[in-house]
Write a protein that binds this ligand. Structure first.
Ligand code: NDP
Length: 451
């Protein structure tokens, strides 16, 4: 993004204020900078937003909750964790966003995730505000009963702050169908109400078809939209995917179905490179490994006799399409350069903020197709929104109906990015997503007056 000197000065002033008010919160600073770089020039052309100090108000969460979560492990030892919920902005609907259980989480991470969620939810066109939360709990190597007890302890506190018209949490890293079920069961018991307060529920108790697949499928659909607009297609393109969790699995599944060749997957220990491609059968084996047996991706290399690179990320593998689907800041400047040198033409972020700020600038300067997470992975929350709709209407849509709606929502997001990010032949999807997401929330905030 080229900024004029006065815009750069406004950006610097704004960011130094934000950093002063939120010391040490590096992920939050990064997410706001990525946003403000594209919004400050837009504010110049739309002074009404600036006079109402909308950007300053949007970067201050409505509410930050932190709480103690105590539970007993299988040996009877008392464990203490910290729980969080950042209710960032509910201008266009009740708070909505996932819960992450991972030992690395901090307030900064939840603030960055909650901030991004506001604009992602706005892009889906559904009426949802933004929030994010979770806990420092590590579900790995815990027994089923330990996970259940932790989920119940977590909801014992969080239930006071959520509800079908207030805040509707969902899954994220470390929180899948199993954890949502434990939390929903306990929430129902505490409130004595059956409401759609959590999404990602099991199909037998108010869950939606396609929700499990939605984030990964949505990222694949957005990639397809970008390539189609650019006059190409995903057919026979080599894809590098990081992660092997929910988002990675279904991004891989849809890309295989669309005729692309997926050559890598990873976990936090390393990545596998399968030059023959991960086909549907091999992917089913990965899903069983990760979702049922809870094993490591290295086992794939033993099973299917391909290369395994411990402690490495997959970005140096030649490909045309890249899908970072593991975690934040997993793709840096050197990775971005390697991707471009090796012929990568498009990047769709399945994970939240997986690309560092420097790497984003490298993609944009090279004018490759790069779509940020708030647009590319919005399919998950979109189908969560559709789960809420189905719960309110007390009915269930079919798989085909939901897949059609998901495709339409992703095409609509692509269109909004193009409308606001088109610059001659090039589309800056980051700028387009930020401006489109911003406008809806900002207009609602303006209409409410000073609140
Ligand atoms: P999962 O827990 O299912 O999978 C996460 C994957 O990323 C695993 O392969 C995990 O490896 C790997 N990973 C996690 N942390 C790290 C790390 N620090 N370094 C390297 N690898 C890591 O999570 P999801 O697939 O649900 O989420 C992945 C990303 O997508 C996150 O950024 C999340 O916020 C985002 N997202 C998820 C949505 C959803 O619907 N699930 C919706 C929108 C965004 P290991 O098993 O070794 O930990």
């Amino acid at each position: 993004m080229e900024l004029s000197s006065s815009q750069q000065e406004s950006l610097n002033r704004f960011m130094s204020g934000l950093q002063r008010r939120n010391p040490g919160e590096h992920e939050f600073h990064q997410a706001v900078l990525e946003f403000a770089e594209t919004i400050i020039p837009f504010l110049d052309e739309n002074p009404g937003y600036q006079e109402a100090r909308i950007l300053e108000r949007m970067t201050e969460p409505d509410r930050v909750l932190t709480f103690r979560v105590c539970w007993e492990d299988d040996k009877g030892a008392v464990r203490v964790h910290r729980g969080y919920r950042v209710q960032f902005n509910n201008a266009i609907g009740p708070y909505k966003g996932g819960l992450r259980f991972h030992p690395s989480v901090t307030l900064s991470i939840f603030k960055f995730l909650g901030f991004e969620q506001v604009f992602k939810n706005s892009l889906t066109t559904l009426p949802m505000g933004g929030a994010k939360g979770g806990a420092t709990f590590n579900p790995k190597n815990k027994s089923e009963r330990e996970i259940m007890r932790f989920c119940q302890a977590f909801i014992t506190e969080l239930h006071r702050h959520i509800g079908p018209y207030t805040d509707i949490p969902a899954g994220d890293i470390g929180v899948g169908g199993r954890e949502i079920s434990y939390m929903f069961g306990h929430y129902k018991r505490l409130t004595n109400q059956f409401t759609g307060t959590l999404t990602g529920k099991g199909l037998a108790f108010g869950g939606s078809l396609i929700r499990t697949e939605a984030t990964g499928y949505g990222a694949a659909y957005l990639m397809e939209n970008m390539l189609t607009r650019a006059g190409g297609s995903v057919w026979k393109k080599d894809c590098v995917i990081s992660g092997s969790g929910n988002v990675a699995q279904y991004a891989a599944e849809k890309m295989i179905q669309l005729g692309a060749k997926v050559v890598t997957m990873s976990d936090s220990d390393g990545f596998i490179h399968d030059k023959d491609g991960i086909d549907e059968e091999k992917l089913a084996w990965v899903m069983d490994l990760k979702n049922n047996r809870r094993g490591r991706i290295s086992e794939y290399a033993e099973k299917f006799e391909c290369d395994y690179f411990p402690g490495e990320r997959p970005w140096k593998v030649p490909c045309q399409l890249a899908f970072p689907c593991a975690t934040q800041n997993e793709l840096d400047e050197d990775d971005a350069k390697a991707l471009i040198e090796n012929g990568c033409m498009a990047v769709a972020e399945g994970a939240n903020m997986p690309t560092t700020a420097e790497a984003v600038h490298i993609f944009e300067n090279a004018k490759i197709l790069y779509v940020p997470s708030k647009a590319a992975n919005a399919g998950g929350v979109a189908v969560s929104g559709l789960e809420m709709t189905q719960n309110s209407m007390r009915l269930s849509w079919t798989r085909e109906e939901l897949d059609t709606r998901l495709r339409d929502i992703m095409s609509n997001i692509h269109r909004q990015c193009v409308t606001h990010g088109e610059d001659g032949d090039y589309v800056n999807y980051r700028k387009g997503a930020n401006i489109a997401g911003f406008m809806k929330v900002a207009d609602a905030m303006l209409a409410y007056g000073v609140v």
